[in-house]
Design a protein around this ligand. Structure first.
Ligand SMILES: Cc1ncc(COP(=O)(O)O)c(CN[C@H](CF)CCC(=O)O)c1O
Length: 367
């Protein structure tokens, strides 16, 4: 039997419009844009016309207000964070959500940053903890908190903006990951769009809306951080492949991108509904599902005495790709009594859902 994947890290190649992507790449090559044979230190923020396209897209889809001059394109969120760190004041203290995106946490630790993790309440990162730990830079995922799926309400967003305005060196890094896919309600506009203090750095990626392998991500810098970026411009190289940038621009400007997102939303929404229905049918009251109103994964807690390790070992034998909440624990996230897993469905075809849930059942209960 072949593998079934509940991974939240992969996309489903079968629904990506390779032909139209190839068509856009062909057009980009045919136009023999000079940028293809330029040293990429000439535009360390990415190609200007591509940044214009992204800035238009962000204002339409996320209410982000920015000039193309504020955008920095990069080959992934991590490299952008590495560049961003050097723009903040020396000795900054970072805080991330617990549980959260551990790859960034590890990266910041690697950079010897002073980094702490802050618990969540039902509205997202807990204000009381922020006051207590007093960081000056927050890294948050308000659209669909990663991994719990909490959607941060406007009230908490305003609270955080006010917090950021109360000291010169305070900033909010808004990682708008997973914001493309909202099911029940419309997406809440970005915090960046509400920011009047110039304290929000907006981060986004095409890894989920297109393909993770393309490595096209971006950040929107507030004016004065852009200033310090410009000072280091001399040596900073662009880290995202130029042909990928030009192809992306064609793909968005031609309307293919919006068409693709619309189609993905239908496909993912149906998969999620079917998966949740199958989980309820199979597990009944032995499962609790959280954060399923958006994104390409949700979390679930199982009522079982079995340990996370035992469940993961049996999933391996069942050829079921499965990840637990543990991979998102930064420091001390207190593991609840019952095991918690992340169920991704971006790479789970409809016809494999029933078999996948069967394997999950056997992994969780051991028979
Ligand atoms: C919170 C968050 N912000 C950005 C990205 C995107 O980064 P990039 O592709 O480099 O632009 C991810 C990507 N998450 C990965 C898979 F979805 C890894 C999850 C895991 O490590 O559990 C993410 O969680």
């Amino acid at each position: 039997k072949d593998w079934i994947s509940f991974s939240h890290m992969s996309a489903d190649r079968s629904v990506f419009p390779f032909d139209s992507w190839l068509n856009c790449e062909h057009k980009a090559l045919k136009s023999k844009r000079t940028e293809l044979n330029d040293d990429s230190s000439r535009y360390p923020q990415g190609i200007y016309s591509v940044r214009c396209t992204i800035s238009r897209l962000l204002s339409i889809t996320r209410g982000v207000k920015c000039y193309p001059e504020q955008i920095v394109i990069g080959g992934g969120t991590q490299i952008l964070i590495q560049i961003l760190c050097h723009l903040f004041p020396e000795g900054s203290k970072y805080a991330m959500e617990e549980p959260g995106y551990s790859r960034i946490y590890q990266l910041l630790k690697l950079q010897h940053a002073d980094i702490t993790s802050i618990e969540l309440d039902h509205k997202g990162i807990a204000m009381s903890e922020i006051i207590k730990q007093d960081p000056n830079i927050l890294y948050i995922t308000p659209s669909h908190q990663f991994p719990t799926g909490i959607v941060m309400p406007i009230s908490r967003r305003i609270q955080l903006l006010n917090w950021s305005s109360q000291a010169k060196n305070r900033y909010i890094i808004e990682d708008d990951y997973d914001s493309e896919f909202k099911y029940q309600s419309d997406a809440i506009p970005s915090i960046q769009g509400l920011d009047t203090f110039d304290k929000v750095i907006y981060m986004g990626t095409f890894s989920k809306s297109l393909l993770p392998g393309l490595r096209i991500s971006y950040m929107v810098l507030p004016q004065h951080l852009l200033q310090s970026f410009r000072e280091s411009e001399g040596f900073l190289m662009q880290t995202c492949n130029v042909l990928a940038q030009l192809t992306l621009q064609e793909f968005i400007d031609s309307g293919e991108y919006q068409k693709h997102i619309k189609r993905m939303k239908q496909i993912y929404s149906e998969r999620q509904t079917r998966l949740i229905k199958e989980l309820d049918r199979r597990f009944g009251k032995n499962i609790a599902i959280h954060g399923a109103n958006a994104g390409l994964h949700f979390m679930c807690t199982f009522k079982t005495e079995r340990s996370i390790e035992d469940i993961l070992n049996q999933a391996e034998q069942e050829k079921l790709e499965l990840y637990s909440i543990k991979r998102c624990c930064l420091t001390h996230y207190r593991l609840s009594k019952n095991p918690v897993f992340i169920l991704g469905f971006a790479n789970l075809p409809l016809e494999r859902i029933e078999e996948g849930v069967d394997r999950l059942y056997r992994s969780v209960f051991g028979y």
